[in-house]
Design a binder for this molecule. Structure first.
Ligand code: PEP
Ligand code: MG
Length: 764
């Protein structure tokens, strides 16, 4: 329950709240007090000002235990004695939920537990409890109780939340002091001699070495209560202006440096967040109610954190990092400096952060940025999209990375393995350099191979195409010599918008793509949203299994206007040209027919309007749901082409989440079972003379691509970075020999053919 939802009974007059805050400020300013004394005094003042009968502070101790640390009104002997688990009792419940709670009668709450040693049996009326929050972690709780039944008003909760921020700082100091006192007795991470390898989730591959810079996201807010709201308001306005000017400058800079349009779009979206009126109004309100401008920014961020963290919507949670970045910038401006760190003299920066906003990444990129290590971070975050297109290795979800690495630590990063070696040993370094030299050689050789044709030793020409999503990906078409775009993921440009792009916007975008491919084939995949691909403006359902849920063509058929408008834009962009259309996640042949019928309606409509229509429309489908494999005789006579999405096909075939690191190693795309499925599809496509390609990640890994060639797949689509290596592999292989070899491994009862394929590639 949030403060706003609570019914108001007794409003705390502004003058009272100002007095309360002033008195708390005086306690904080008094240097003579210890932390414990300050907590005692603050609970006393709250008790008096908020007219309660007991006011207490609980602190989280190791083992998820909450300990009564300060109280006025309960028995003082219970301090340090009363302990409860997180989730236990009303206080434990508030800490577990990380939400404030106000009840008219504590004893009626199902979680209520009586702790007789506190003397609570006499105080079983109203209660208001708020968690002590720091970085979305609850460090404890602050609670006020009454003997009689009454509901504390939202203003009391608001005042408690304000004071809770002050207490949180005190608790942090207390915990730090305690841990300093314990130092030397307990085991620390750094006692382990030699290097330490941290494991995360690969977001973008690459080997990098450098020096750690811990991204200082947290800015201290020394003063919570302001003397003069008008003065604070003015400081806030000046700093907002300065921050926006800085962002403007950054954008100018990136434009000067020819940053591709889609990366500029990310920055522009970030700038829009900076001007978000909801966020700014929240800060203004907090300033009006007596906070310093810095504390108001922090409070607004805390509110947003609580709201966004609770969201099941991945996109919304990722936007939190944008707000974290903005809050940090704004506080720095309020404290007199926009610059974060002097990075000028640092060579080879490895940024280590809890999370990173896109603007921050670009700022670091203006220095010698080599890699990024994040505690959070997933594939679809803005920062991940940017890092990929800037070709910066990035690893996400490394637990506690910001505390396990220190600034100036030397780090070796392996983006592909998702590992960061901290303070490497001589042996680690030697092994790393050897790998790097090899990798650089491979990159060099692959780059050279780009100019060559992908023809096998026995003269078979393989078609290599690109997977694209960013407009700039298409620039790679000429550079790599790829034959066309085998998969254009239309959802990617949608992800960078603030609302559904209209037909005109989409027509422009798709026309631009046609211009860029310069006559080479371009395969559009209609919107593949849902699952892990979230649009900020599209209301997501709260699904337990979004990957198996309302996504892709299922949405397109249930919301036909969405699909029709997209197709309309494609038809208009393709005027006089060929339009290759492909539908994602088709599970039943009927869905393919339905989607085709929608396109036909649009074609008729355009013709009716006298618009120029495409020269020809080729209809295809992704094959990524296993059910369709058993309907190929019904599907293929009506499809102009199919493309296999091995990423999804594999996850549904083996029932293995494609993004889950715990099961990533359990099954292999090179298992005889999966290869045999791919062979069945290939045979059926041959039988029906239907062109088939592979556009999943499998095609972009040379060893897997080798197996695909051996199964008879001669059209592959992959990320631009993989083309060079694929060409080299293709040019070294005798297809006939490879095909015969594949026939011998598929019947084997082994878990994977990987080793057999490696041996084959070495011998041939
Ligand atoms: C696939 O599933 O293999 C595919 C290419 O689609 P996506 O990765 O976009 O889901
Ligand atoms: Mg897919």
């Amino acid at each position: 329950m949030t403060a706003k939802k609570l019914k108001m009974k007794r409003k705390l007059p502004r003058s009272e709240s100002v007095t309360l805050l002033r008195r708390v400020r005086e306690i904080m300013a008094g240097e003579a007090f210890s932390v414990q004394e300050r907590l005692d005094k603050i609970t006393y003042i709250l008790l008096k000002e908020l007219k309660g009968d007991a006011c207490s502070v609980y602190i989280l101790r190791p083992g998820n235990i909450l300990e009564l640390t300060a109280t006025n009104g309960l028995n003082k002997e219970a301090i340090g004695v009363t302990r409860l688990h997180v989730g236990e009792g009303v206080v434990g419940h508030v800490v577990a939920q990380k939400e404030p709670l106000s009840l008219s009668c504590i004893a009626k709450h199902p979680k209520f537990i009586l702790h007789p040693e506190t003397g609570e049996q006499h105080i079983q009326g109203g209660v208001a409890t708020v968690p002590l929050m720091r970085d979305n972690e609850a460090l404890g709780a602050l609670s006020i109780q009454a003997t009689r039944r009454r509901r504390f008003s939202p203003d009391v909760l608001d005042a408690l939340e304000t004071v809770a921020m002050v207490i949180t700082d005190l608790v942090t100091v207390l915990l730090n002091e305690e841990s300093q006192g314990n130092r030397g007795q307990g085991k620390s991470e750094r006692e382990i001699p030699g290097s330490k390898i941290l494991q995360g989730i690969p977001i973008h591959i690459g080997l990098a070495e450098g020096t750690a810079v811990i991204h200082a996201q947290k800015v201290d807010v020394p003063l919570m209560m302001g003397e003069d709201p008008l003065k604070e308001q003015k400081r806030l306005d000046q700093s907002l202006l300065a921050m926006n000017n800085d962002l403007e400058k950054l954008l100018d800079e990136t434009q000067k440096n020819d940053l591709p349009q889609d990366q500029q779009n990310i920055l522009e979206t970030f700038q829009l967040f900076a001007k978000d009126q909801g966020w700014i109004n929240k800060i203004r309100q907090a300033v009006t109610s007596g906070y310093t401008a810095e504390a108001a920014v922090q409070k607004a961020l805390n509110d947003i954190r609580t709201r966004l963290y609770a969201s099941n919507d991945l996109y919304m949670r990722e936007r939190l990092w944008d707000f974290e970045d903005l809050a940090c910038r704004l506080i720095q401006h309020l404290q007199g400096g926009g610059e974060q760190k002097d990075l000028k003299d640092l060579k080879g920066i490895i940024v280590v952060a809890k999370s990173l906003g896109p603007a921050e990444l670009l700022e670091y990129q203006q220095h010698d940025l080599r890699a990024v290590l994040l505690e959070e971070g997933v594939q679809t975050a803005h920062v991940a999209i940017l890092a990929r297109s800037l070709d910066i290795p990035i690893i996400g979800r490394i637990p506690d990375v910001t505390t396990r690495i220190m600034t100036h630590d030397k780090i070796l990063v392996d983006g592909k393995a998702g590992t960061a070696t901290v303070q490497p040993s001589g042996l680690d370094e030697q092994e790393f350099y050897e790998r790097k030299i090899k990798q650089d050689r491979v990159i060099e050789a692959s780059n050279q191979a780009l100019e060559l044709s992908p023809i096998t030793v026995d003269g078979v020409r393989i078609s290599l195409n690109l997977n694209a999503g960013l407009i700039t990906d298409l620039d790679q078409l000429q550079k790599t010599g790829a034959d066309g775009v085998g998969l254009y993921r239309t959802e990617i440009p949608f992800m960078m918008q603030k609302e559904f792009p209209d037909v005109a916007y989409q027509t422009n975008l798709y026309s631009d793509l046609y211009d860029r491919v310069q006559g080479k084939p371009l395969v559009f995949r209609t919107l593949d949203i849902g699952g892990d691909k979230v649009l900020p403006y599209f209301n997501r359902l709260n699904e337990d299994n979004p990957m198996l849920g309302w996504r892709s063509i299922r949405i397109g058929l249930d919301r036909p206007m969405l699909l029709r408008k997209q197709v309309r834009a494609m038809i208009r962009a393709a005027k006089g040209d060929q339009l290759h259309l492909m539908f994602p996640m088709v599970s039943e042949v009927a869905e393919f027919f339905e989607a085709k019928a929608l396109v036909k309606k649009e074609l008729d409509r355009e013709e009716g309007l006298g618009h120029l229509t495409p020269l020809e429309v080729k209809y295809g489908t992704m094959l990524e749901v296993p059910s369709l494999v058993w309907r190929l005789d019904q599907l293929l006579p009506h499809a102009d082409f199919i493309s296999i999405g091995t990423n999804d096909l594999f996850q549904f075939f083996f029932a293995v989440d494609r993004g889950n690191p715990y099961v990533a190693e359990h099954f292999d795309t090179l298992s005889p079972a999966f290869l045999s499925l791919l062979k069945t599809i290939r045979d059926k496509a041959n039988q029906h003379h239907c062109p088939v390609s592979i556009c999943g990640e499998m095609a972009s890994r040379p060893l897997e691509a080798l197996a695909l060639l051996g199964l008879g797949y001669h059209t592959l689509s992959m990320g631009a970075m993989a083309v060079g290596a694929s060409k080299r592999m293709i040019r070294s292989v005798n297809l006939k020999v490879l095909e015969d070899f594949l026939k011998t491994v598929i019947p084997l009862t082994i878990k994977t053919t990987r080793n057999a394929l490696i041996a084959f590639s070495k011998d041939n």
